[in-house]
Design a protein. Structure first.
Length: 387
């Protein structure tokens, strides 16, 4: 079998990456003994295949070596010699920075490993560390609160949590009162320019709900909306639209637990975003230092420790983002059950009927105001005593 290794007895090619020299070697089962090579053994192959693979290894080594030489020549032409050789005093500064990062990285990595629980549903109780909206009350007009949802609507709560797109498909139908003729893409809440169109009029994408033929096949469009039209956040976006629609049509407020969840997500999301920016800056700086100073020992150490620290920061940010999603999905499950119960036992969608006439009473007169198509209404005054 063939394998690539950093060291070996039969070098077929060599290329340099900074101060590291990498040998590309090939070895067969008989060369390595099959046990001490540290790589998995493979059954013997056809000698012609081994020759072909050995030739491929040599060609690959030459290609990589030439690419590395081009990169080194580019660095040498752009950066002066005093920089590529370590920059004297600056190299000692890189060494000091590497020592600091070497001391800090284990703590950052330990912290990233210790907060694993914040990246799981166990983090949900953290929302109670945040205050709710002072204008909310126990239910804010809902038939039941979010706390009562797991016992009042356990099936819908669990179903929406486990299968988010399917749950939001049913929730939107509930929010529309079962009348799918009222369906429009995102119910018109996201109409307008997005993406490139927000900066350059006429560029994609501008959303105009109701102009895509949703009325002809609303179930198909709703299925696409909760699965793919909003990208990775399609289901969450569809839920937000359904929640907003039900609140506006039925005069409902924000549940206190819902407000806590939003405050928690905003706070933790801000921390994760900041840590991600720090990790990105450290990563870019480390790469620049390592590439522009390939012969400086301190610079290479600083670059390696910087990449290690950035990986730890990315791990922390990733864990916090997972925690936000876990909290969001659990909250969506509870609120979906709350909306289902509201549709069955709560306020119904008010019907809007055109008024026939309006009656105004005074001490001696009664005025009838009849709506007219013109801007000026016809006002008929009748003496109350005569009538």
């Amino acid at each position: 079998g063939q394998y690539f290794a950093v060291r070996g007895r039969i070098p077929h090619g060599m290329f340099s990456l900074g101060r590291f020299h990498v040998f590309i070697t090939t070895a067969s089962r008989s060369d390595t003994g099959g046990r001490d090579s540290g790589v998995p053994c493979h059954p013997p192959r056809n000698p012609n295949h081994r020759s072909r693979d050995r030739l491929s290894s040599i060609v690959m080594a030459n290609i990589v070596g030439e690419a590395s030489q081009i990169a080194n020549d580019a660095v040498s032409s752009i950066c002066p010699d005093w920089w590529t050789e370590g920059c004297g005093p600056l190299d000692s500064c890189f060494s000091t920075t590497a020592d600091v990062l070497e001391c800090a990285s284990p703590f950052v990595e330990s912290f990233a490993a210790a907060i694993w629980c914040f990246g799981s549903p166990i983090a949900y109780p953290l929302i109670y560390c945040f205050d709710s909206d002072p204008h909310t009350n126990e239910t804010s007009g809902w038939a039941i609160s979010m706390h009562q949802t797991p016992t009042s609507e356990p099936l819908m709560c669990c179903f929406s949590t486990i299968c988010l797109p399917c749950g939001q498909f049913l929730v939107r139908r509930r929010a529309l009162g079962g009348d799918m003729s009222r369906y429009r893409l995102w119910q018109g809440y996201h109409d307008g320019p997005h993406c490139c169109a927000a900066r350059c009029p006429g560029a994609p994408i501008t959303i105009r709900s109701g102009s895509y033929g949703e009325q002809d096949c609303p179930n198909t469009f709703l299925c696409l909306e909760v699965t793919c039209l909003g990208g990775a956040c399609s289901s969450c976006c569809a839920f937000d639209v359904s929640r907003r629609l039900m609140k506006e049509e039925r005069g409902l407020g924000t549940d206190p637990t819902e407000a806590r969840q939003e405050n928690c997500a905003n706070f933790v999301g801000g921390i994760a975003h900041s840590i991600g920016e720090i990790a990105c800056c450290v990563q870019i700086t480390s790469c620049c230092v390592g590439c522009c100073s390939p012969d400086g020992e301190g610079a290479q150490e600083c670059s390696a420790e910087g990449r290690r620290a950035s990986r730890a920061c990315w791990s922390i940010a990733h864990t916090l983002y997972k925690g936000i999603w876990a909290i969001k999905i659990i909250a969506i499950g509870c609120m979906s059950g709350q909306m289902t119960y509201e549709d069955q036992h709560g306020k119904q969608i008010p019907t809007k009927n055109a008024p026939d006439s309006m009656k105004m009473e005074r001490e001696n007169d009664v005025q009838y105001i009849e709506p007219d198509e013109d801007k000026n209404d016809n006002i008929h005054t009748v003496d109350a005593m005569t009538e």
